[in-house]
Ligand binder design. Structure first.
Ligand code: NI
Length: 198
């Protein structure tokens, strides 16, 4: 609430500045919408996934505890929540890849990310534990992905919410995008500072 009021004040104080587009704050790198996927693209996505933990550590290295509360849009998640959310999401991702590589089109278990993101461990705990999770999970996931044959990227799993099967090529791209998407949120939050404080 306070974040929204501050945001409106900020906009009112800067009438000449183009009103910040909330959609742009929400999707700083755009949405994930791959065209026809080529194998060299997949190789790049795998490296994105391998590199995410070190990129996060780099962005976080000089920030203090207070800055962990900064958010990238009014009512958006804090930097602390974003890091813990990445750990929650990518632990699930790792399991989805392993299931799809060892079972025939398994149905995966979705989870309610908004509810996970407002639990005590995500809202209050320091991010070090999730940085360790991300370092471990991304090292393991990169190892799985680098060992996959071209054919294995066509393996599928079923997402019961969408009611459709997704293949692993699409999914590698999705998690590469997901890491960059939230990394961009963290960079925005650091830029905006207390503007959207909540
Ligand atoms: Ni997310």
């Amino acid at each position: 609430m306070i974040g929204i009021i501050l945001y409106k004040v900020l906009v009112l104080l800067q009438p000449n500045v183009r009103i910040v587009d909330i959609e742009k704050l929400r999707f700083p790198i755009g949405k994930y919408a791959p065209g026809e996927i080529k194998f060299d693209e997949i190789e790049k996505w795998i490296e994105d996934i391998a590199n995410l933990p070190s990129q996060l550590l780099d962005v976080l290295k000089d920030i203090d505890v207070e800055a962990m509360n900064y958010t990238y849009r009014p009512e958006g998640w804090s930097i602390r929540q974003l890091i813990h959310h990445l750990a929650d999401s990518h632990m699930n991702a790792f399991i989805r890849f392993k299931l799809a590589l060892t079972e025939d089109n398994p149905t995966i278990k979705p989870y309610l990310e908004d509810k996970w993101a407002t639990m005590h461990d995500v809202k209050e705990e320091p991010v070090e534990s999730s940085m360790l999770i991300l370092q471990g999970v991304h090292a393991r996931l990169a190892s799985v992905l680098r060992d996959m044959s071209v054919q294995e990227f066509s393996r599928k799993y079923t997402h019961p919410e969408h009611g459709r099967s997704l293949d692993l090529a699409f999914t590698v791209g999705m998690y590469s995008w997901h890491g960059k998407h939230h990394l961009a949120h963290i960079k925005s939050a650091l830029k905006f500072g207390r503007a959207f404080w909540n």
